[in-house]
Design a protein around this ligand. Structure first.
Ligand SMILES: [Zn+2]
Length: 341
């Protein structure tokens, strides 16, 4: 074994045996924002076999304050987050497999993305996707690690199916949009994201090296501004609850009917539109068609059309992010007019 992992092998909790086990494991990171950048970096350096990074978005200037894998050049190249992260991390560790998936995690896409995961790490910013991960992971018995932060506050919890409470046990239903603050309305300081992501990465290492006894039990809540670290004990919640997911085995978030083709990207003044049947767009042809409509730029990952008030970013699978509106019908109208269903 190379020198690369020597210090990690020296650590009593991992050792030569743990390192060997780690090198056969696959982690899937859903969402490569502030949390995801840090956890991806730590896991790639640890020497797992494969990291899959799924993210639906591209990089914006306001991300650079806390999303540590990205830089100004990535923005000027219009790179999707997953692609920029993959490129950077592959330079850090060329010996492992890193896969970038530019897509929305939905009931149609999740099976192929999550099926071989040994652990799933939450780097998302919304409960719709977290409950989707929760349903799939509980159903398939895959451990996953919840993480969230806002302002100076962060939360994290391990979900080990049939052993610990699931996310649904703890949070009965999705908080209605607008009822919870988001990073776009409340702001965030970067250190809380690194801290929560570091805990997630440490817990992932324990899961992947099969050190289950060392796992953190309960919900961790940290406020870095008020200097508070709390642990909420959740051990007996699962026994007492009649959870629809982990007790009744009713996985409502996996239903394709439930999933909307439009999602308002909370706080960003943007709407995501999924192509109803998926599509394979030729971005070069589309660019030629749109060049008289507005300012068009494209690369192999995305096409951008700038109009007066709006901006449409279109991905090869037909998915689009329309900025300049929160109104799904306005976004759909623009999509139908310029991209076509
Ligand atoms: Zn549950």
């Amino acid at each position: 074994m190379s020198e690369r992992y020597a210090r990690q092998i020296l650590f009593y909790g991992i050792g030569r045996e743990g390192q060997k086990i780690l090198e056969e494991k696959t982690a899937v990171l859903v969402g490569c924002g502030a949390l995801g950048c840090t956890s991806a970096n730590l896991l790639v350096r640890s020497g797992i076999q494969c990291l899959k990074i799924i993210d639906r978005d591209y990089i914006e200037e306001s991300n650079l304050q806390r999303q540590s894998l990205f830089d100004e050049e990535d923005i000027s190249k219009n790179l999707p987050k997953a692609v920029a992260a993959q490129k950077k991390l592959q330079k850090v560790n060329s010996q492992i497999q890193i896969e970038a998936i530019v897509a929305d995690l939905s009931p149609s896409t999740l099976e192929s993305i999550l099926k071989n995961a040994n652990v799933v790490i939450d780097g998302t910013d919304n409960f719709e996707t977290r409950f989707l991960i929760n349903d799939y992971c509980v159903k398939e018995g895959i451990p996953w690690i919840y993480g969230a932060c806002i302002g100076s506050i962060g939360l994290t919890m391990n979900i080990i199916p049939s052993k610990t409470p699931c996310l649904r046990c703890v949070l009965e239903s999705i908080p209605p949009v607008g009822a919870t603050e988001t990073c776009d309305t409340e702001g965030i300081i970067a250190p809380i994201a690194s801290m929560i992501a570091s805990i997630q990465a440490a817990e992932a290492l324990k899961i992947l090296t099969e050190n289950y006894d060392a796992l953190n039990k309960g919900l961790v809540k940290i406020d870095l501004w008020l200097n508070e670290i709390k642990k909420l004990h959740t051990e007996d919640i699962r026994e007492k609850s009649d959870c629809i997911t982990c007790k009744q085995h009713h996985y409502e978030f996996l239903s394709k009917d439930r999933y909307s083709t439009t999602t308002s990207l909370c706080g960003r003044n943007a709407v995501q539109i999924l192509h109803p049947n998926g599509s394979k767009l030729d971005l070069e042809k589309l660019a030629a068609r749109l060049e008289h409509v507005g300012e068009v730029s494209f690369n192999s990952f995305l096409l951008r059309l700038k109009l007066d008030k709006y901006e449409l970013t279109v991905f090869p699978d037909g998915r689009s992010i329309v900025t300049g509106t929160n109104d799904a019908s306005v976004a759909k109208g623009l999509y139908a007019k310029y991209i076509g269903m």
